[in-house]
Design a protein around this ligand. Structure first.
Ligand SMILES: Cc1cc2nc3c(=O)[nH]c(=O)nc-3n(C[C@H](O)[C@H](O)[C@H](O)COP(=O)(O)OP(=O)(O)OC[C@H]3O[C@@H](n4cnc5c(N)ncnc54)[C@H](O)[C@@H]3O)c2cc1C
Length: 404
């Protein structure tokens, strides 16, 4: 891994700063939210020559944020081609970032999908076609091949598998912090404050209000506020977004036993009657598993984040059934996080329908983190007028269907 020297970093920073200082008419942009979506958007805007202020109420990857977990899966297998391409571009940017910031934010441990006949196999068929078309490395595995390669998995009712060797996991909150550090090093301004949107008059939003009483004026405002978006823009988003409670459990690995950690066991997902997935052994936290089924509504600011007994029992039962060598493993950590869901599972990356100088990025649900770099790049170019908006991420899709 290449390490940039201290003098090299200083030079690079001051050269970037100099280039930006010389550019006339640099637009001023305020980005609200330093999670995966906002942090990367702010960094791309800055690198494209804008003057950027990034504001967050609590800081990057804090414990209530959706980006605040230890780890997040990065995979290329999707049913929609747009996410395959975004995940691939993001993987490039995550790798570049890890190298230039000398931090291993991306571990390509591989990702294994197990599927049963039914909806799981439909996902695998669609994803496999996209992966083949995009030239992304993948391998179809029969039950016999799975049994030889992964003897630690009980393959009862599994019909087959798909393995992506270049996929893996990201260090989530550490990555948010690293993005912020790069943003500040390269000349961005960062403030800790809660933001209230300005008022909207004639398709324009007035300066945003910060919790310390300041007003922050910019040419354009980007709100990447994750599960808080619905409350910030109730007229536009309250019927579009739902926030669901999601529980994550970590079980203790057997002492010295590597069968349940990478490289012996990659990141995995099991498409059964529920979708369970796990990141084994990352950051020495134990055997992380979660159920992707949407939980009840959650208030991201005030929710009690104690995991439920029922959730822990279900996770324990699943682990015992699918990974019999882990039966009886102790629960060592549990977290409660939240998905911000759109009705169709696609993100929102669009202009506010009533304010031309306001942009909204959100709806990351259970798969947004990996896409932060590519989404930020796309949104930065849209804000700067260099790229068209994509209807698939547009708010118009909810209004057209008469859903809102
Ligand atoms: C349990 C769980 C597992 C997941 N697993 C994966 C996975 O494996 N792979 C994957 O790719 N994705 C995964 N996701 C989804 C992913 O984590 C999210 O889609 C992504 O983190 C969303 O990022 P965000 O920037 O939109 O939101 P957040 O990370 O929530 O960031 C929003 C930020 O906005 C700030 N903010 C909000 N309101 C204001 C305000 N008024 N003023 C100032 N600041 C404000 C908040 O403080 C916060 O920092 C998972 C999510 C969860 C909960």
């Amino acid at each position: 891994m290449k390490r940039r020297t201290f003098i090299g970093s200083l030079l690079a920073t001051s050269i970037t700063g100099l280039a930006q200082a010389r550019k006339p008419d640099r637009p001023r942009i305020a980005v609200v939210g330093a999670g995966a979506f906002g942090g990367w958007t702010a960094l791309h805007l800055l690198r494209s020559g804008a003057r950027v202020t990034l504001v967050d109420a609590w800081g990057p990857g804090h414990s209530r944020a959706s980006s605040g977990g230890e780890t997040r899966v990065i995979r290329f297998a999707y049913r929609s081609r747009i996410y395959v391409d975004m995940a691939r571009r993001s993987a490039e940017l995550w790798r570049e970032a890890s190298e230039s910031w000398s931090q291993s934010l991306f571990t390509p441990s591989g990702v294994l999908f197990l599927y049963q006949k039914g909806p799981g196999s439909a996902f695998i068929e669609d994803a496999r076609a996209h992966l083949a078309d995009a030239g992304i490395d993948h391998e179809r595995l029969s039950v016999d091949q799975l049994g030889i390669r992964y003897p630690q998995i009980d393959l009862d009712n599994i019909a087959g598998g798909l393995y992506e060797p270049d996929a893996g996991y990201l260090l989530a909150r550490r990555a948010c912090q690293a993005v912020l550090e790069a943003f500040v090093r390269e000349g961005g301004e960062y403030r800790v404050a809660a933001v209230r949107p300005g008022s909207v008059n004639g398709q324009t939003m007035t300066p945003i209000r910060l919790s310390n009483g300041d007003r922050l004026a910019a040419d354009q405002y980007v709100f990447a506020c994750g599960p808080w978006l619905g409350a910030l823009f109730p007229d536009v988003l309250s019927d579009v977004l739902t926030v669901s409670r999601q529980e994550v459990f970590y079980f203790g690995l057997p002492e010295g036993d590597r069968r349940y950690a990478a490289p012996d066991l990659p990141v995995w997902a099991d498409f059964g009657e529920r979708l369970w997935y796990g990141i084994p052994g990352a950051e020495r936290r134990g055997f992380k598993i979660a159920d992707d089924t949407r939980g009840p509504p959650l208030d991201p600011t005030n929710a009690d984040r104690t995991a439920s007994r029922a959730g822990a029992a279900a996770a324990m039962a699943y682990v015992a059934r699918r990974f019999p060598g882990m039966r009886g493993a102790p629960l060592i950590e549990a977290r409660v996080c939240q998905y911000t869901n759109t009705r169709d599972g696609d993100f929102i990356v669009d202009r506010h329908p009533a304010a031309d100088n306001v942009w909204i990025a959100g709806g990351g649900s259970g798969h947004g983190f990996k896409h932060g770099p590519a989404l930020g790049e796309m949104l930065a170019e849209q804000v700067l007028g260099l790229r068209d908006r994509k209807p698939v991420f547009g708010l118009g899709r909810f209004y057209q269907s008469g859903a809102v």
